[in-house]
Structures are given as structure tokens and as C-alpha cells.
Design a protein around this ligand. Structure first.
Ligand SMILES: Cc1cc2nc3c(=O)[nH]c(=O)nc-3n(C[C@H](O)[C@H](O)[C@H](O)COP(=O)(O)O)c2cc1C
Length: 207
């Protein structure tokens, strides 16, 4: 086994090769199912796997939004209009609807209706959430960072956390049982990861 068999220089690769490599190596990625609303009131829903937690105090999350052929993705346009979004956690039973909601459709198309989900308006932020999901982070935009000509990092502060009553917590903690949430992750290409087994290890400092 050796890591010197193939040493690649990203700057020498085609854009597609770079995308395929990085997105099949940084795996599994969490999926933020991003719901927003346009100023005209049209709900929007699309999955984003360039998504993660950035800070706990304050509670910040980040989503990196690329572009579509015709320009700005609808999620970013809506976020700029209303300054808010919800991140819905995708449980396994919603995997097909999540995947279908990534269709490139015009801004006037409501992806909730397209894939048969029910948007409910958040009472904390100016965005709808997916009422069929078991957990939702309601976010206010705090920062926007242009990463390149192509990607924009949107940072949001979580001002509300919605949890379905079916989600149990580990005894004496606020840790949600992964087995209850059953989250889907993104792998390379058309691959998704599902939770078959969770292995738990005690950290050295806690032994
Ligand atoms: C699982 C999954 C993850 C995705 N992650 C991202 C991402 O992180 N960034 C991005 O720009 N597009 C991502 N996409 C593509 C968008 O979902 C797609 O471009 C969608 O049409 C954008 O919709 P919008 O214009 O309504 O925002 C992903 C697609 C899938 C299926």
C-alpha cells in the first residue's frame, strides 16, 4: 500500500475530474435539504451536500451554492431576497423525494408540490420547512462569502430547531439517536449512504 502511486495536482485536472474526485473522497457528506421562499411567495426546495456545521456559539451552519446554466440558483436568489432558509434533515424514507427535488426547474416551480411534500411556514424565519422531515434547522443569514466565480458560501445562524416527537435522545443528553433520525448522506456520483449500523466509541479523555 502506498500513497505515492498516483499524485494528482488539481490545477492540472479538468473541472469535471476535480468535481468527481473531491466529491467521492470527502464522503459521506451531510445533506442540507434547503427550503426557502421567494419574495413573491413561491416555496423552493433543493438538496445541498456542500453543507456543514461551522460553529456552536453562536450556532452557525454553512451551505456552498454553485450556479446553474442560466445563472444564480433559485435557493441563493431567495436567500438574498428574504435573508432566511431552513435546513431539513433527510431521513431514509424521503430519499427519493430529496433526489427528485434537485431537478433544474424554473423559479416559479414549487419543488414541494413537484415531489409531493407539504411546506409549512416557519414562525421564526421567512422560509417554509418540510413538514414530513423529522428535524429542521431554521436559519437567519448572517454572512455571504464569494468563494470563487462559481460558489457562494451562505452562513446562517440557527434560531430554531424543530424535532419530531419520535426522535429519542441518548440518556441524560441532548444527543439524538442516529437510528431514529436515520439520515441519508451523499457519496460520490449517484451514491448515497444510509445508516445500517452505528458504532460508538468512548473518547480517550472521557475514559
Ligand atoms: C444530494 C445532492 C446534493 C447536492 N449538493 C449541492 C451543493 O452542495 N451545491 C450545489 O450548488 N448544488 C448541489 N446539488 C444540486 C442542486 O440540488 C440543484 O442544482 C438544484 O436544482 C438547485 O435548485 P435551486 O435552483 O432551486 O436552488 C445537489 C444535488 C443533489 C441531488
Amino acid at each position: 500500500m502506498s500513497l505515492v502511486t498516483e499524485v494528482l495536482t488539481p490545477g492540472e485536472l479538468l473541472e469535471l475530474e476535480r468535481y468527481e474526485l473531491i466529491t467521492s473522497l470527502v464522503v459521506p457528506r451531510p445533506i442540507g435539504w434547503l427550503s426557502t421562499r421567494s419574495a413573491d411567495g413561491v416555496p423552493n426546495l433543493a438538496p445541498y451536500s456542500f453543507f456543514n456545521v461551522l460553529s456552536v456559539h453562536p450556532m452557525l451552519v454553512g451551505v456552498s451554492i454553485g450556479q446553474k446554466k442560466s445563472g444564480m440558483k433559485d435557493s441563493l436568489a431567495n436567500i438574498r431576497e428574504l435573508g432566511a432558509f431552513c435546513l431539513n434533515i433527510v431521513s431514509q424514507e424521503l430519499i427519493e423525494q430529496m433526489n427528485d427535488s434537485s431537478a433544474s426547474v424554473p423559479p416559479e416551480v414549487d419543488e414541494f408540490a413537484l415531489v409531493g411534500l407539504t411546506p409549512v411556514d416557519s414562525d421564526r424565519v421567512a422560509a417554509p420547512f418540510v413538514s414530513e422531515c423529522k428535524a429542521v434547522l431554521e436559519c437567519e443569514v448572517t454572512q455571504e462569502v464569494g468563494l470563487s466565480g462559481y460558489n457562494t458560501l451562505v452562513v446562517g445562524e440557527v434560531v430554531g430547531i424543530r424535532l419530531d416527537s419520535s426522535l429519542r435522545k441518548e440518556r441524560g443528553t441532548s444527543i439524538i439517536f442516529s437510528e431514529d433520525l436515520n439520515p441519508v448522506g451523499r457519496m460520490g456520483g449517484s451514491g448515497y449512504s444510509i445508516v445500517d449500523e452505528v458504532c460508538r466509541l468512548v473518547r480517550p479523555d472521557s475514559r
